[in-house]
Each structure stands twice: as C-alpha cells, then as structure tokens.
Design a protein around this ligand. Structure first.
Ligand code: GRF
Length: 200
C-alpha cells in the first residue's frame, strides 16, 4: 500500500526536433495547466547530442540524459538511469532507436509511441518523419492521420490505442501534411498519455 498519492513519472524519449516532447512537458509540468500535478515529465532521453529537443527540455527545466545506442541496450546501465529518475511510464516522441526487449518487458504496457500515419499503412522500416509524408502525397491519399500504439519488439506493430484522421487536399505538399499531423499530435497525444498513465 502506498502511503502517499504517487505522481507518475514519465520519461519522454526523442531524437530530433521535440515539438511533441515540449507539448507533453507543458501539458503535465506547467503548474498553471489544469493537468499539472496529474503526472510529471521527469526526464527526456535523447540519442543525438545536437537534437533541438535537448534545448527545449533545458528551457523547460526538465533533466535530460543523452545516451548512445550501446547505453540504451545495456540493461544494467540503462535501468540505473530509469531508477535514478523513478520512471514509471515511457513515451516515445520521434525516437529513432529500437527499444530493447528488456525495457519492453520491464515496462510492459507502459511504453507508447506516436506514429504519423494511420497504421498499418505507412509503417515499418524506413517509414519515419518526412519519408511518410512524402509517400502519402506520392500515393495521392485523401486522408492521413496519427496512431498511438503500445511498443512491441517489432517496429510499428504494437497494439493500436488511438487513431485520429485528417483530410488532405490534392494540393497538399509533404510540408502541409506534416503541419496537419503536428496539429493532430499536439491536440491528442498528451490527452491519450494522461488517460493511460492514470489508468482511466
Ligand atoms: C512526429 O511526427 C511523430 O509522430 C514521429 O516523429 C515526429 C517527431 O516530431 N514519431 P517532433 O520531434 O516531436 O517535432
């Protein structure tokens, strides 16, 4: 039995720009946000020292750990980091390394990813970032969307938790698609995480 209400601690894993990471941090960590105090982003994990997400985390006062692929795959070393920050839940937001199986086992049901397409379409190897939006435009799709899913050992194949769709115009470029996707992500991802973390 826990004596005190436990505020779930989230680690956001990101490799690049970090607009989702920033949005999630603001949603949970801003004391003036109505969601403040329901959970906390306690750590950003990044594998690229030059990634803009690191500056975003620093500006928002969230600690970050920059790790190599080898460190991520070293169970003892990586779990020391997770334990140091008391991480309960892992959110992937543009993280480009595969998640090792020990982490999937240790955080069973507690690792989620967002993919910028309507999985299973435009998922799998090589389908990340701009490549997806280019493929969607190239195929003449009239809609696209986002998928939040559990993380399994196979890329983009974990159970789907949530999808949201957006219409595309015939004139939309990959940049336009990316903007539409980011809007959807910023509306939905923090809310879905909140529901999952609180077990509602
Ligand atoms: C997002 O579109 C997300 O769906 C995908 O990678 C992109 C990351 O964007 N997995 P950002 O770094 O959060 O701006």
């Amino acid at each position: 039995m826990k004596e005190n209400p436990h505020i779930a601690k989230i680690a956001v894993f990101a490799s690049g720009n970090g607009s989702n990471a920033e949005n999630i941090i603001r949603y949970f960590n801003d004391p003036s946000s109505v969601h403040g105090g329901t959970a906390e982003v306690a750590l950003v994990v990044c594998n690229r020292p030059e990634a803009p997400v690191l500056a975003r985390a620093a500006a928002l006062g969230v600690p970050a750990e920059t790790i190599t692929r080898a460190q991520l795959n070293d169970e003892a070393e990586f779990m020391r980091i997770m334990e140091k920050y008391g991480i309960d839940f892992i959110v992937l937001a543009g993280f480009l390394l595969m998640i090792p199986s020990f982490l999937i086992t240790r955080y069973s049901g507690k690792i989620v990813n967002i993919h910028p397409s309507l999985l299973p379409r435009y998922g799998g190897k090589g389908m990340y970032g701009r490549h997806i939006h280019e493929a969607v435009v190239q195929a003449g799709e009239r809609e696209t969307g986002i998928t939040v899913h559990h993380v399994s050992e196979n890329c983009d194949e974990g159970a789907i938790i949530f999808q949201a769709r957006v219409d595309l115009d015939t004139t939309d470029t990959p940049d336009d698609v990316e903007r539409k996707i980011h809007t959807l992500e910023s509306i939905h991802y923090p809310k879905i995480i909140s529901t999952l973390v609180s077990g509602d």
